[in-house]
Design a protein around this ligand. Structure first.
Ligand code: ADQ
Length: 736
């Protein structure tokens, strides 16, 4: 039974030592909760770091801890002091974290840290390879382990790898700054399914892949050399019922059972019933916008003096990454700002900000969610932000308002929150006023929608969806790989070839016999290709035809010394060996003056693109243009042309980085059929790589050996992965 394993920087337990004995403390974080349900159900392991410095442990202690964790299905990856410094605090938290959150000024480009990051990622991957078998599934988490997917895939290609990034993936313009961008991207592309919280991160990732790797991308499928890789958005959820139930339980406690914090909160409201509480909760991190939030709160008190003495902000900041300088400076700034606001607006019995610099037990957290009227969540950047969802889940009365940064992934799911720009202190101050004066009915109306949505897409649904899609991606890959020409498939084809007396061989040119060239005019055949073709032609049983969208002059020139049949312009022109050029159908060019100006307009607006004029068609080439822009332009052009071509009996053909407008009723399929109609062939093969070749694959008789070059969906019976594979294939046939 295939298993599912989880890999994350941290294991879902931390270790404490009591009376000289090690004990495990279960993590209560969202990821731990969600993933535990997954890996235990599928009988897998959780691979990660225990949180301890391995230099501090003697071998006996390390073995004792490993054994404890082993019992819980965990496999440990040890980290030494230097690893922690350079891999975790260094490359993960001082390089990737700031860069992916758009804090380029904080990025540390230390090559030593990069080396350690690679080494430690390899250690994680090796541990995974120890515990998993071909056929298993591995789900890798987050930015500390970007290289792990490829490290697993390259050793065990039969393992299905999923990867989820919990932080934003930045735009290409930011990602490209990293000297190691290519390695990181290749590392991630070892996965079969990549998940992000929201579509924007997915889009940024795809754009980096397109620009750096040049892979062909169809919507959210990346056509890598050997595999289809799927990319999708899965907004991470929370254990909704846990918060909701805890919130009810907290409220049902008798006075004696209530926590100290709860009693304090009640006392606060006893002073005056129109008092209000605003809640602010995060790890103390510069990405969370805490200083800006404090300043905005100051502005609010200044602008709305009636609220002074009546509104308090409870600010929880969980200590985080305290060894990193930026975090120490942030702590100082926050301390000072809290002091300043309390000094300026506070009084003997009123503190505007209650500041807690520590983690709180779950129960206290729920008490705060339950009691506070407004959640003020204003990160400058945040992958998702689970605090917003936890607040929603804890509001059993359905009152409460969220003021939310548009820079948090969660804002995409919370249209009912009051969204603000986290830098705009005035806007936040206004939003606080709106939130605090919002009628209860409106609060309930908004909260009802939020609760429905957040409850539905819980952490369990999120994890389940991802795992299900991992299964689906396996099926998708099979569909694409099913018809690969393996050596046994080749032998069958060769046997048919040997037996045949009359063979017709149709060969597309660009992308099939020869790789694409930035400048199509420079893609002439080389000696190797001539040798392959000449050998095939030398066999009298073979009728070899190049069937291409190119114009006849170019092909005639390139193949002047080769006795080969040519079909050009997708079937408009035909030249049989020893005969003159003939058109296969009656066509005219009257439409060209109408269509040319449209294409010219697109050339003007798309630098690097150009028009090719053939006898019976016009082609807009955009291979040399900027990839993302030209893709948008290509869609616009298609749109515009589609409105015109019907009346003119024209067809629009989309090839590889080209859009071609031509007379209707002509294509490579019709041309190939015309070509073979007067003779009986007992071996038919057609090779091509793009959409225009699909006509051949569809039109030729069923017994034809149709071969698609590349990984895209096709009507062909077989596939070869590249031009090199095509050349090998033809060379072997020709050697017979
Ligand atoms: P974080 O940056 O840690 O997570 P967030 O999603 O808000 O941000 O999660 C914080 C968690 O810590 C919440 O579950 C919250 O309850 C808890 N917490 C906060 N303050 C606490 C306190 N004082 N005491 C106890 N617990 C406290 C990263 C990304 C996010 C992404 C998550 C999940 O940065 O963008 O949402 O991963 O993918």
């Amino acid at each position: 039974m295939p298993k599912l394993h989880i890999v994350a920087n941290r294991l879902p337990y931390s270790i404490s030592k009591q009376d000289n004995e090690y004990q495990l403390i279960e993590s209560v974080g969202g990821l731990a909760t969600g993933m535990k349900s997954v890996y235990t159900e599928y009988g897998g392991k959780w691979i990660g770091w225990s949180g301890l410095n391995s230099d501090d442990l003697n071998p006996k202690e390390a073995a004792e801890i490993d054994a404890l964790l082993e019992e819980k299905g965990c496999a440990t990856v040890p980290l030494s002091e230097n690893d922690i410094l350079e891999y975790y605090e260094g490359f993960s938290n001082k390089t990737i974290w700031p860069l992916f959150h758009y804090f380029t000024q904080y990025v540390d480009y230390s090559p030593e840290n990069w080396e350690t990051y690679k080494r430690v990622n390899q250690r994680f991957a090796d541990r995974v390879l120890d515990v998993c078998e071909e056929g298993d599934t591995v789900w890798v988490h987050d930015y500390q382990l970007l290289l792990v997917p490829e490290m697993i895939k390259s050793k065990k290609p039969g393992v299905t790898v999923g990867f989820f990034l919990h932080i934003p993936f930045p735009s290409y313009e930011v990602f490209r700054i990293l000297p190691w961008r290519m390695e990181l991207l290749s590392g991630m592309l070892g996965a079969d399914l990549l998940g992000f919280h929201i579509y924007d991160y997915e889009r940024h990732f795809i754009s980096s892949v397109r620009r750096l790797h040049g892979y062909e991308i169809n919507f959210n499928q990346i056509h890598a050399e050997e595999r289809i890789i799927k990319v999708d958005a899965y907004p991470m959820g929370i254990d909704y019922d846990k918060f909701s139930k805890a919130s009810t339980a907290v409220m049902q406690k008798t006075i004696h059972e209530r926590s100290d914090l709860h009693k304090e909160l009640e006392k606060y409201f006893m002073v005056s019933p129109d008092r209000r509480l605003i809640l602010s909760i995060d790890r103390l991190d510069y990405s969370k916008g805490i200083p800006q939030r404090l300043k905005a709160f100051g502005k609010f008190l200044e602008k709305y003096p009636d609220f002074r003495g009546k509104v308090t902000m409870i600010m929880l900041a969980v200590p985080s990454r305290g060894h990193v300088e930026e975090y120490q400076l942030l702590k100082k700034e926050v301390d000072e700002l809290v002091g300043k606001i309390n000094g300026e607006f506070g009084s003997v019995n009123y503190a505007p900000v209650w500041y807690f610099y520590r983690a709180l037990p779950f129960e206290n957290l729920v008490e705060l969610y339950n009691t506070c009227d407004v959640a003020l969540i204003t990160p400058l950047r945040d992958g998702m932000n689970l605090v917003a969802k936890e607040y929603v889940a804890s509001r059993n009365t359905q009152t409460g308002v969220i003021v939310l940064s548009e820079m948090a992934g969660v804002s995409k799911e919370m249209g009912e929150a009051i969204t603000i720009n986290p830098i705009n202190e005035d806007e936040i101050a206004e939003a606080l006023n709106t939130a605090l004066t919002m009628p209860v009915e409106e609060q309930k109306e908004r909260m009802k929608y939020l609760q429905n949505r957040i409850q539905r897409y819980s952490i369990f649904k999120w994890a389940g969806d991802f795992v299900q899609d991992l299964d689906k991606v396996k099926l998708l890959q099979k569909e694409y790989l099913a018809k690969k020409i393996t050596s046994s498939v080749y032998n069958e084809i060769e046997a048919k070839y040997k037996k045949a007396k009359n063979r017709a061989i149709f060969l597309d040119y660009d992308g099939t016999l020869t790789p694409f060239h930035k400048n199509p005019l420079e893609a002439s055949p080389n000696e190797e290709l001539f040798d392959i073709l000449k050998k095939l032609i030398a066999d009298e049983k073979n009728t070899v035809t190049i069937i291409s969208g190119r114009d006849r002059y170019t092909l005639e020139k390139w193949f002047a010394d080769v006795p080969i049949n040519l079909i050009c312009e997708h079937g408009v022109w035909l030249r049989k060996l020893g005969e003159d050029w003939q058109t296969l159908t009656s066509v005219n060019n009257d439409w060209m003056p109408m269509i040319r100006p449209i294409l010219e307009r697109f050339v003007d607006r798309t630098p690097g693109s150009f028009i090719e004029e053939k006898n019976y068609s016009l082609v807009w080439h955009y291979r040399k243009a900027e990839p993302d822009q030209s893709l948008i332009r290509a869609n616009e052009l298609k749109d515009e042309l589609l409105g015109m071509v019907g009346n003119l009996n024209l067809e629009i053909m989309e090839g590889s980085k080209v859009i071609e407008v031509k007379n209707g009723g002509i294509n490579k399929g019709i041309a190939a059929l015309q070509f073979i109609k007067n003779k009986k062939y007992d071996f038919l093969t057609a090779l091509g790589d793009d959409w225009t070749d699909e006509f051949m694959f569809k039109e030729l008789p069923k017994e034809a050996i149709s071969i698609k070059v590349g990984l895209k969906r096709t009507a062909a019976a077989y596939k070869l992965e590249s031009v090199d594979a095509v050349r090998d294939f033809l060379k072997k046939l020709g050697d017979n």
